[in-house]
Structures are given as C-alpha cells and as structure tokens.
Design a protein around this ligand. Structure first.
Ligand code: IMP
Length: 206
C-alpha cells in the first residue's frame, strides 16, 4: 500500500476516535483537519442523502488540501418518522440543541408511536483528483422509551442495540465500535484494500 497520507475530513472528536480505531489495522498515515496548516470552513451539507453528503465533503476537503480525503456522513433513520432525522440528524430540533436535548426532542416526537424501529447509517467516501470510492454500513435497532447510559455521543442514549438490549450509551465504547454503522462501513472499506491501493497507486506513479 503506498503511504500517501489520507486526510480524515471530520472535526467531530467522537468520529475521529472511532474512525481512527477502525482504520488502525490498515496502516495508513492519517491526518486530521487539525493537523493541517490551513483551516477550511466546512461545506454546506446540501446532499439529499448520506452518500451525496459524504462525497460532497470528501471532494471538498480533497480539493482544498490537495490530499486524498476520507469523509463520512452518518445519521439516524426512524421508520415511523419516514426516515427522519436522516441527513438532518446533527441539526434535528434546532442547530444549538446539545446531544441530550436533541435526543429528548426525538423521544417526544415518538411519544405515541409504538413502532420504534430505527437504524443508524454511515457512508464513507474517499476522493482524490476527480475520482472516488464509497462504502456504507448500517446498524438496525430501536428507539428506547427513555435515555439511558453515559457513553458515546449523539443519539446513543436512546438507541437500543437488539442483541444486548442495551442502549449504545450503556455499552463500552469498544463494544459499540465493533458493531456500529461506522464499524461496518469501515469493514467494507477494509475488504477493499486492494482497490484502495490501486486508487492511491495511480497518483504516485508520476
Ligand atoms: P454528520 O456529522 O453530518 O455525519 O452528522 C451525524 C449526526 O448523526 C451526529 O451529529 C449524530 O447526531 C448522529 N450520529 C451519527 N452517528 C452516530 C452514532 O454512532 N451515535 C449517535 N449518534 C450518531
């Protein structure tokens, strides 16, 4: 695998921790936005779905930094709410709500809804010089009746993982990282090592 640095194009510390752990075995040199000399304002996430937003971010940060950039887009889809909050997961209920109030807002919307089915989805996109590769993963579960647990971030306290019956926030971070939507997208990526090597390799030859 050619050792071209890859820019991990997210500023969410929870995701940097998770993606760093997931990608560690791949032995890539990873930089984050904080490692760069220049800082770039985040692009507006105007895509209609997670794939469009992941590609939009990867292409933007790659164009700005002139490095291959790996971006992710992820969020929660609730079946009974027709896939909401979806691409609006980070801003659902108001830009300035913290994680706990955002989860409380969703619980309130679900107050009289018996069908609690939901899934987390994640898309990873690697972009460089007009080309891209993408991977996706999902974690199916249910929205809890009340928030429980202290770990993780975002909607973790209200998302029940069906095998354990625990919310993701009640699970140790390592356990969540083995089964999360990002872990599954990361596994899909790790099965594509040869493809990634070929992708990066075409740019190191001249
Ligand atoms: P993004 O930064 O545009 O990908 O927004 C993702 C948003 O979806 C986050 O701000 C969280 O609200 C939510 N989200 C994504 N992944 C997770 C997770 O693993 N746990 C809890 N919430 C998540």
């Amino acid at each position: 695998m050619p050792n071209l640095p890859i820019l991990l194009a997210t500023s969410n510390p929870g995701k940097i921790r998770e993606l760093g752990a997931i990608l560690k075995p791949l032995n890539l040199t990873l930089l984050t936005l904080a490692d760069l000399k220049d800082q770039y304002p985040p692009p507006a996430e105007t895509g209609a779905d997670f794939l469009a937003n992941a590609l939009l971010k990867a292409r933007y940060y790659s164009d700005q930094s002139h490095l291959p950039a790996l971006a992710d887009d992820s969020g929660l889809e609730v079946k009974a709410l027709n896939g909401e909050p979806g691409v609006h997961s980070a801003r659902y209920g108001g830009e300035d709500l913290g994680d706990l109030k955002r989860s409380a807002y969703l619980l309130k919307k679900m107050a009289n809804i018996a069908d609690r089915k939901a899934r987390f989805r994640a898309v990873l996109a690697l972009a460089y010089k007009g080309q891209s590769l993408t991977w996706s993963g999902e974690l199916v579960g249910e929205i809890a009746l009340e928030a429980k647990g202290e770990n993780g971030f975002g909607y973790d306290p209200i998302f029940i993982e069906p095998q354990s019956g625990l919310t993701l926030a009640q699970m140790p971070l390592e356990a969540k990282n083995r089964i999360s939507h990002r872990a599954r997208a990361g596994e899909a990526l790790s099965l594509d090592l040869a493809k990634i090597a070929a992708f990066l390799g075409q740019f190191s030859q001249g």
